[in-house]
Design a binder for this molecule. Sequence first.
Ligand code: G4F
Length: 359
Amino acid sequence: MSKLKRALITGISGQDGSYLSELLLGKGYEVHGIVRRVAMEDPQHRLSRIHHLKDRLQLHAASLESYPSLMKVVAAVCPDEVYHLAAQSYVSYSFEDEFSTFEVNVNGTHYLLSACRDVVPSARFYFAGSSEMFGSAPAPQNESTAFRPRSAYGISKVAGYHLTRNYREAYGLHASCGMLYNHESPRRGMEFVTRKISSLAAQIKLGLASEIRLGNPEARRDWGHAREYVEGMWRMLQQEQPDDYVIATGETHSVREFLECTFDFLGLDPYKYLVLDNRFVRPAEVDVLLGDMSKAREHLGWTPKISFRELAREMVFSDLDLYSRVAVNEGKSAAAFSLAPMITHIPPAAENEGTPAAD
Ligand code: G4F
């Protein structure tokens, strides 16, 4: 009988980590995750995205800022596949603290690669790169596009990409980098614009909020669904040869479009509530991201199926459900908002709504 494959995931408690855990468990992997010690001490809040999997995962406390702690976990787990997802991933914050962004994103990646080379050199390694590496490069971007990052976050991911490539070329590691475009879901953190919009739309509908403050509504992103994107990560590590891939939908939409689409699902006019607020405008913006994922389609057989509208719909109805429960707990009945039929499930997509994100 062949032995179970063992995966080690950094950032397992995040959006991508939770979807990837589900995918790997479903494929019969033994799944280990690295979390910070504080998360172990406060699992209800910090591990909420993987709470439903808690009996099937093996969690280890370590810090990306400590090489010895990472080394110890890698040696104890002896993984076949390592998915390095953990990072300071909020672009705006990287303008406020460039130094900790580099510390975690660059040194953390370097420590983990080094530990893998020294302890499990035959393990396959995935590095979570980002479309932010392309920055102001003209659209559409693909694996040959020159990087022009516009933030400390983008620069840190370019450094991680080169570290990954260098470990592949210098030490023969099976190390791949996924350049993933923005990927969202109901599990997205509240600081990112899509979740900020879907959660505030729901709260406005329920009378729990009265405005939405945004920075630049004209920025354009190539938004896909995180559940589909983690499948791309896994496929990269199943290839005989390591390589780098763009994972994207091939469609770009503005923040404004996401706002209009989301509010529209709830029958709201976003312009009654929108306040433009300079505090959310970045010192250097990435205006347009649009990925060309032909290589992933041809080599990995990966294509996204969930459209922009389906993504927005899932997010906003999930938040409506969430905040309805909040409203009920605050003594307001969901029925008072005429929402009872809407909050029980996410309605299926109408056949004529939206187009598939890509072929
Ligand atoms: O949702 P965002 O904060 O995501 P951003 O900066 O594109 O980065 C995300 O995607 C990357 C992949 O491309 C990841 F690598 C990264 O870790 C992260 O997951 O902002 C999206 C756009 C930006 O142009 C921003 O300026 O929305 C614009 N925006 C406008 N108003 C806002 C707001 N962003 C946020 N977070 N909050 C606002 O109020």
